[in-house]
Design a protein around this ligand. Structure first.
Ligand code: PM9
Length: 461
């Protein structure tokens, strides 16, 4: 077997933050006190924090430097114009509205474009995106291709939208009832699986012929561009920057959580080509986020974000190393026989919790149980992406039962080393050997919205 190695880091470490592994009894107590929800753990009790790559990335020395030159003017901050220029250069849209993070942009676009009774197709739901669509009176319809639901499928573009599913919806409800289509690239809830440029072009052609807007969820679009470069014929010699611009040119607008690709700790934006939509979005920004030249962000945050965006596309090595770290952990776990979402995706390794804890019924919340067990075993914090995250159907009030029941082991960018990843693989491998000991969980508290963040559980009887 070929030795599993990672591409060398295109950076060296200048600042460090200590981490500590508390004893196993203390981890058991902490998990119980957190109601078996990894979101409710205190970070001081976590050894390796692989909950999310959102806002948890290490900024570069240049980004830290930019914090000092942030212009904190209430209106017309030069840091905003710097961000606006960076977004235009990197994504190619004409207009930019800053927001405090991704869901701020989702809120504004949902309010601008969705009328009660409308439909919003998308290549699999994302939690906050779908909720804002529902709160605006719309109904999300999943049009991702079927391969996405099969953890074993090795299809390289499992994020692709299925044009037949999209066409069926359009024929059923009529194009006028479709507010827009959301294309997540890559698809977070489907294991960070990418969308091909061929598919994006087809979606774009189909929608443009029917006057339906295409909105890109650009949170990790730079990673998607890298997958196109490395997986799609004809793109190997193109830069990630060029591919990203091509991706965006297939769409009319984007919502962006800049806490991911842009190496920022906070921030987001909405960008678009349509002047009318810009006027309306800019106006709602004042109501919900702040003036349209800061959108809930400090001037220093806008500077760090602009710098992070430029860095993210200036050299392909950054994204190549990041994706390779994910692949390394994926390969290490696969070598130990741990059931995984295949193939390796962009920002995280997704464990197939249904297969890992095959003795547990879906109602016993296998992924939630596994995330809790991983923490107790290793001090590593991961996240449930299954029945708890899917929430309840707003019409019937019943639990949605997603086909995928996953635990996400997410890698923040530029934060952890190969030795850390080896620790993670070794401990999850050990847990897999003792998997039959794991018991299920049941809810004791369930908040109304985005329940996975704040729900509490107890061991099932
Ligand atoms: N994603 C993540 O950890 C953080 C919140 S959910 C645990 O994956 C996409 C594709 C995301 C995303 C956040 C948002 C919302 C939109 N689209 O968290 O509001 O992955 O900045 O962005 C998280 P904000």
């Amino acid at each position: 077997m070929k030795k599993n190695t990672i591409l060398p880091e295109p950076y060296k470490i200048k600042v460090v933050e200590p981490v500590r592994l508390i004893p196993k009894e203390a981890r058991e107590k902490a998990m119980k006190e957190a109601g078996y929800n990894t979101f409710l753990l205190k970070s001081q009790d976590v050894y390796l924090d692989l909950l999310t790559d959102s806002g948890t990335n290490a900024m570069s020395d240049a980004q830290w430097g930019k914090l000092m030159v942030g212009d904190e003017a209430y209106a017309g901050s030069k840091s905003f114009y710097c961000l606006e220029d960076a977004v235009k250069e990197v994504y190619g849209y004409k207009y930019v509205v800053p927001t405090h993070q991704g869901r701020g942009a989702e809120h504004i676009i949902s309010r601008c474009l969705i009328k009660p009774g409308d439909y919003i197709p998308g290549n699999m739901y994302f939690t906050t995106t779908r909720l804002h669509q529902e709160l605006a009176g719309g109904t999300f319809v999943d049009v991702i291709n079927d391969e996405a639901y099969d953890p074993q499928s090795e299809f390289l573009f499992k994020g692709n939208a299925d044009l037949k599913k999209l066409d069926k919806l359009v024929k059923e409800v009529g194009a006028k009832k479709i507010s827009y289509i959301t294309v997540g690239a890559p698809v977070n809830m489907a294991g960070g699986q990418p969308v091909s440029i061929k598919n994006l072009k087809k979606v774009s052609q189909y929608c443009r012929a029917r006057d339906i807007r295409v909105v890109l969820d650009a949170a990790r679009a730079i990673e998607n561009a890298y997958f196109i470069k490395t997986r799609e014929p004809g793109y190997a010699s193109k830069s990630v920057k060029e591919i990203l611009l091509q991706m965006c040119s297939c769409t009319d607008a984007c919502t962006m959580s800049a806490k991911k690709d842009a190496y920022a700790n906070i921030g987001g934006f909405l960008a678009m080509n349509d002047a009318g939509l810009y006027e309306e979005a800019k106006n709602l920004c004042v109501v919900y986020e702040g003036l349209h030249t800061y959108g809930g962000l400090a001037g220093r945050d806008m500077e760090a974000l602009a710098q992070g965006l430029k860095e993210a596309v200036e050299k392909d090595e950054w994204v190549a190393h990041r994706i390779d770290q994910v692949r390394y952990l994926w390969q290490s776990l696969d070598d130990l026989g741990v059931p995984l979402m295949r193939p390796a995706g962009g920002h995280a390794v997704f464990v197939d919790a249904k297969a890992f804890l095959s003795h547990l019924d879906h109602e016993l919340l296998p992924a939630q149980s596994l995330a809790a067990a991983i923490y107790v075993e290793s001090g590593v914090r991961t996240m449930e992406r299954g029945i708890v995250s899917a929430g309840r159907d707003p019409q019937t009030g019943k639990n949605r039962k997603p086909a995928l029941e996953l635990v996400r082991i997410t890698l923040p960018r530029r934060v952890y080393t190969q030795t850390h990843l080896d620790y993670v693989a070794e401990h999850i491998g050990l847990l897999y050997k003792n998997r039959k000991q794991a018991k299920g969980l049941e809810f004791v508290y369930e908040p109304k919205y985005l329940r996975f963040f704040q729900a509490r559980f107890k061991p099932a009887k």
